[in-house]
Write a protein that binds this ligand. Structure first.
Ligand code: KIV
Ligand code: ZN
Length: 518
């Protein structure tokens, strides 16, 4: 079998959590959050980090630019439509990167060309040549994607791919944009490109599969089996609509079934759980309990017969170890009397590399937590640090909250906020304590956004567990998720609501990418 021109035994992992993933409604990420994700992805050994779509907004440009400054080993990639303006903006954003890639795309399916682009196939073909040539003049590493590739006529697909490679594309990515294909068909499509495109050996062939039929990972692996050596994927399967192929599933499938798919990735799988939690925390997209690899139940055994087997030999019911994805027992950690040094060590062990001020702040909050909660676990520390980092650069902050509730009592909420440095206070009433609190916040910060989700979960077990609250707000077709954690559910709720408002302010400043259907 022919494969892409790179090392035939290695599959490159291209992460698009911060580009396609961020296109999921509600999954907005601010600059600090993107920098944290980029740092984790780089430490995980991801080969290419697609950091955003620079023309889409100043925020996207800045994110790609800042990530380009700090990433050392991975290639940083920026997305661009087939226009000079997009490509120039991507090149500008990527300037500081040590290794950079411009990813440009154009639809090639009859449906997209006719209705979306309103262009004739010949015009599309020329635009592919022009855009890829222009990108290649600015950057040595150029990826081209025929959007809606799986619904493109084969002759036209082969012709555009061949021309893109001639024009300088070094990676050819085949998107299943609408998640329509099935493994057999997708594998055959990749094989067809290897058989029919004469210069295909000059490029790395890549897959980009959406999960509308729940087949994104299976399709990606079928692509690999037929010669693709780059897989585009996202942490927790984040992405447009039903999402992209989940990075953790692709990587663990390759690792676990090396007997059938003898290909390596450079991903340090022990960091998978941390990356998953980080992305879930930042986006507010909770991972379902039975999600493969990173769901809470992925390594849990309930049935007695399974538990019995596990005690006799873990291999009876376990195809991977929890340790291989970085899952540890939630350990009882330090107590009230633990010192700063031990706390810093614990943060390092949990994967947080924080500056002195952030450690100081987290330590103070840890001590407060010890006063309120008997047992403090690793997960408490993670929630505490995530909560602190979530609030950096916020324009609105929660200062204090006092709530009256219970049977018969009128529910009132006295709240103090700091808005752009000024302290303001009011009282709200409502049907319940959360309603009263949210009404009070709205009185202090007027907005038209609709509350579309309010969700509470416990970080650990026990009645003194910290509550982790997610709030989703929708405004003008844009949605944002806010998070808050605290041992007091109402304080966590207020923090989550305030966090969502802060994200909304960031989102309002950003313009939506025009005509982006990817
Ligand atoms: O799904 C898609 O087609 C995309 C392209 C931009 C690669 O995201
Ligand atoms: Zn996509």
């Amino acid at each position: 079998m022919t494969t892409s021109h790179q090392d035939p035994d290695r599959v490159r992992i291209f992460d698009t959590t911060m580009r396609d993933g961020e296109q999921s409604p509600g999954a907005s990420m601010n600059l600090d959050e993107k920098l944290r994700i980029a740092d984790t992805l780089e430490r995980m050994g991801v080969d290419i980090i697609e950091a955003g779509f620079p023309i889409a907004s100043n925020g996207d440009f800045e994110a790609v630019h800042e990530i380009s400054k700090v990433v050392e080993t991975a290639t940083v990639c920026g997305l661009a439509r087939a226009s000079r303006g997009d490509i120039d903006r991507a090149a500008e954003a990527l300037k500081p990167a040590r290794q950079k890639r411009i990813h440009t795309f154009l639809s090639t399916s009859p449906l997209h060309m006719k209705y979306k682009l309103q262009m004739e196939p010949e015009e599309v073909h020329q635009a592919v040549i022009d855009s890829v040539s222009h990108a290649r003049n600015l950057c040595d590493d150029v990826e081209w994607s025929p959007e809606d590739g799986t619904r493109t006529e084969h002759d036209f697909l082969c012709r555009t791919v061949e021309s893109a490679i001639k024009a300088g594309a070094t990676t050819i990515n085949i998107p299943d944009t609408v998640g329509y294909t099935v493994p057999e068909e997708f594998g055959a499509l990749i094989a067809m490109l290897f058989n029919r495109v004469p210069n295909i050996d000059k490029a790395t062939v890549s897959t980009h599969c959406h999960n509308d039929l729940g087949l994104a990972v299976a399709n990606s692996l079928a692509g690999v089996a037929n010669g693709a050596r780059q897989v585009e994927c996202a942490i927790n399967g984040l992405g447009e609509r039903a999402g992209n192929a989940a990075l953790e599933e692709v990587v663990m499938a390759l690792r676990t079934r090396r007997d059938l798919m003898p290909f390596d990735t450079d991903v340090k799988t022990e960091l998978i759980t941390k990356a998953s939690r980080l992305v879930a925390g930042i986006t507010g997209f909770a991972v379902q309990n039975n999600k493969a690899i990173v769901g809470a139940n992925a390594f849990a055994h309930e049935a007695g017969i399974h538990q019995d087997g596990m005690l006799k030999h873990a291999g009876t019911y376990e195809i991977m170890t929890p340790e291989s994805v970085g899952l540890k027992q939630s350990n009882l950690v330090l107590g009230k009397h633990s010192g700063r040094h031990a706390f810093r060590e614990k943060l390092r062990e949990l994967g947080f590399e924080l500056g002195d001020n952030a450690v100081q702040d987290a330590f103070r909050r840890f001590k407060d937590l010890c006063d309120k909660k008997k047992d403090v676990f690793d997960d408490d520390i993670i929630a505490l640090v995530d909560d602190a980092v979530t609030r950096t650069n916020d324009r609105i902050r929660l200062v204090s909250l006092h709530v009256v509730c219970g049977t018969g009592a009128e529910k009132t909420s006295d709240i103090e906020l700091e808005i752009d440095g000024e302290i303001v206070a009011t009282q709200g009433t409502g049907d319940g304590p959360v309603d009263a609190t949210f009404n009070a916040i709205e009185k202090l910060f007027r907005h038209q956004a609709q509350l579309s989700l309010y969700q509470v979960s416990a970080v650990t077990e026990g009645t003194d567990a910290q509550a982790e609250v997610t709030v989703r707000l929708d405004e003008d077709g844009k949605s944002v998720n806010g998070q808050g954690a605290d041992v007091d559910t109402l304080v966590a709720s207020a923090k989550a609501y305030v966090n969502a408002l802060n994200k909304l302010l960031v989102k309002r400043a950003r313009t939506a990418p025009a005509a982006l259907t990817a």
